[in-house]
Design a protein around this ligand. Structure first.
Ligand code: XBP
Ligand code: MG
Length: 242
């Protein structure tokens, strides 16, 4: 069956979709924060992959404490300490981004340029901290690229993070578009559930941590966007598989 609505907007996830930010970015920043705070927590690559089941850095630290350091949560100031750790972590992560250390994934910049040239509207729907988004765009896409995205929905702006659909619903409301006129680009099962929960046709590009996840309901699952043109995406969007 063909989809009735013409494609009018692309909504991009950030971490794992625009760039491979988790293993060598966020994870490194978390560990730097733990060292700076004198906390004995260390997240190796495998442990971090396990913890990525929980979106949101603050929520992820709480999840880790529940599983591996429950005494930490007995402290009266546990919540404040997690917030303080997250502020330190974000400072380290921003320094990594500003150092130009995290490039965009293959094909991302070209697809964004194609979409802009074709007059498609662009938006972002992410769990990460807003400043992480603007700094990644400025450092890795173009100095003025924040303005290319009409709506940037990020972090604590919604009560529930992915896999809840809240962030995508927040972005759709501000775009003033129905889900069927848009297409979401994601990298994880959590992200797919969030996008599908908001009714969005969704394209998946798998990452180092998400390749084995369940992507049932996605329009398609690709290793990256290096072979994907806007014409391909328009075609995929037109075939209503939901
Ligand atoms: C990925 C996340 C974020 C990052 C860490 O977001 O779940 O929490 O891992 O960033 P998405 P913060 O895939 O939706 O872009 O520490 O700022 O949360
Ligand atoms: Mg992601």
């Amino acid at each position: 069956m063909l989809r009735a609505m013409k494609l009018q907007a692309l909504i991009f996830d950030v971490d794992g979709t625009l760039a491979d930010t988790e293993r060598d970015g966020h994870r490194v920043a978390f560990n730097a924060a733990f060292v700076e705070a004198g906390l004995a927590w260390r997240w190796d690559v495998a442990r971090y992959g396990e913890l990525l089941a929980v979106t949101g850095g603050k929520e992820r630290m709480r999840f880790y404490a529940e599983r591996y350091d429950p005494v930490f949560l007995d402290r009266r100031d546990a919540d404040d300490t997690i917030k303080a750790l997250h502020t330190i972590k974000t400072r380290h992560y921003l320094a990594l981004l500003e150092g130009g250390g995290i490039p965009l994934r293959p094909g991302v910049a070209r697809l964004i340029e194609e979409a802009r040239a074709a007059g498609l509207r662009l938006a972002i729907a992410t769990t990460t901290t807003p400043e992480n988004v603007t700094t990644l765009l400025t450092a890795s896409l173009a100095p003025d690229s924040v303005g290319w995205f009409e709506v940037i929905g990020a972090g604590d702006i919604v009560p529930k993070k992915k896999p809840a659909p809240d962030i995508y619903q927040w972005v759709l409301a501000r775009l003033g578009l129905p889900a069927d006129a848009c297409l979401a680009l994601e990298d994880s099962a959590n992200g797919l559930r969030a996008a599908r929960g908001a009714g969005l046709p969704t394209l998946i590009t798998t990452g180092v941590y998400t390749a084995g996840e369940n992507f049932a309901g996605a329009l398609t699952v690709l290793p990256d966007l290096s072979q994907t043109r806007l014409a391909d995406i328009r075609l995929m969007h037109g075939i209503n598989k939901s």
